[in-house]
Design a protein. Structure first.
Length: 325
């Protein structure tokens, strides 16, 4: 399948970024920075947005070093992406971008069982993962609708998660936010046909776990049950060997964009989950995707039964421990 993808890219790249302005929301670290680095090496001009000015400054230097031409522009502006008025102000400094990539998110402080986390953690998780996406999408769309249509489509690339398809105990705040991103992609995809068949393309990627500062911080707060169910109950050294880097994930997403995928699963497990729950969401290889959905319906029925049993055993153990206190 990878060979087919590579041959398709070579003959007809549907995500050519050379000379185009790409806004990366959440571009100071992790997946956002990795996407910026990859796109800089393909000739894109980058506007990187995130909250931390210091982290952005370092990331900008790295991205500038990855550029292939002295004519490329790399800028970075500190902005709270959860505040629409700030997003509006920053975007109006430039001409309308050609591509918007939304990667802001994470859950370093909001993991935990619902009975144990605070209402503030739930609110902040939604702000960090959903508001940081929908407000900049809205601002970009309003800019685009006032500007002349470009010869090639403008792209919106959203970032959801494998968690959007797999509810695990401990992700009660995070999973609904990532499901909202997937729902936004579905809604936008059809809504934007209002403005012409070829004016816009909406994409949504579904990365699983990847190595980042946020992931390591999250590991400190995860319940043991959650680590066991998602397969992250390992030492840091073991995780570094097992978990892909942000660059690896970014490269996979960009390959999917270049062949024209609208929904992009980064690994095979997520591909199965996506096709098990695809519904009316767009497909790429229709027959292959359908067959994967059939396989996934069986595989994840067994997985769910096993995870349910494991959760019940954990609950029984906790009740026994509590009764002894």
């Amino acid at each position: 399948m990878k060979l087919d993808i590579l041959s398709l890219v070579g003959s007809n790249n549907k995500f050519n970024v050379e000379g185009k302005l790409v806004v990366v929301a959440g571009g100071s670290k992790g997946l956002g920075k990795a996407m910026a680095l990859e796109l800089a090496a393909k000739g894109a001009n980058l506007l990187m947005l995130a909250r931390s000015a210091d982290t952005l400054r370092i990331a900008r230097q790295e991205v500038q070093a990855a550029c292939i031409s002295s004519k490329q522009i790399v800028d970075a502006i500190a902005v709270d992406l959860a505040r629409p008025e700030e997003v509006h102000r920053v975007l109006h400094r430039y001409h309308p971008p050609d591509i918007l990539i939304c990667t802001a998110g994470g859950t370093p402080d909001q993991v935990g069982f619902l009975a144990d986390i605070s209402p503030q953690a739930i609110t902040s998780c939604m702000e960090l993962n959903y508001y940081t996406t929908i407000f900049i999408v809205q601002s970009c769309l309003r800019l685009w609708l006032k500007a002349p249509q470009t010869p090639s489509p403008r792209h919106i690339v959203l970032t959801s998660s494998t968690a959007a398809f797999l509810g695990l105990p401990g992700y009660g705040a995070y999973t609904p936010a990532k499901v909202a991103i997937r729902a936004l992609a579905d809604t936008l995809r059809q809504e934007l046909f209002l403005y012409g068949k070829d004016a816009f393309r909406v994409h949504c990627s579904f990365p699983g776990t990847f190595m980042s500062t946020s992931f390591l911080e999250e590991q400190e707060n995860k319940p043991g049950l959650l680590k066991a169910l998602e397969g992250t109950d390992h030492t840091r050294l073991e995780l570094e060997q097992r978990v892909p880097s942000p660059r690896t994930v970014a490269q996979s997403i960009i390959r999917g964009l270049e062949v024209g995928k609208e929904y992009i699963a980064v690994d095979f497990q997520t591909e199965l989950l996506l096709n098990n729950m695809r519904g009316p969401s767009p497909r790429f290889w229709a027959v292959w995707d359908f067959l994967l959905g059939v396989v996934a319906a069986v595989v994840f029925w067994w997985f769910r039964r096993g995870s349910d049993r494991r959760t019940m055993r954990e609950g029984q153990s906790r009740r026994v421990r509590d009764s002894r206190v």
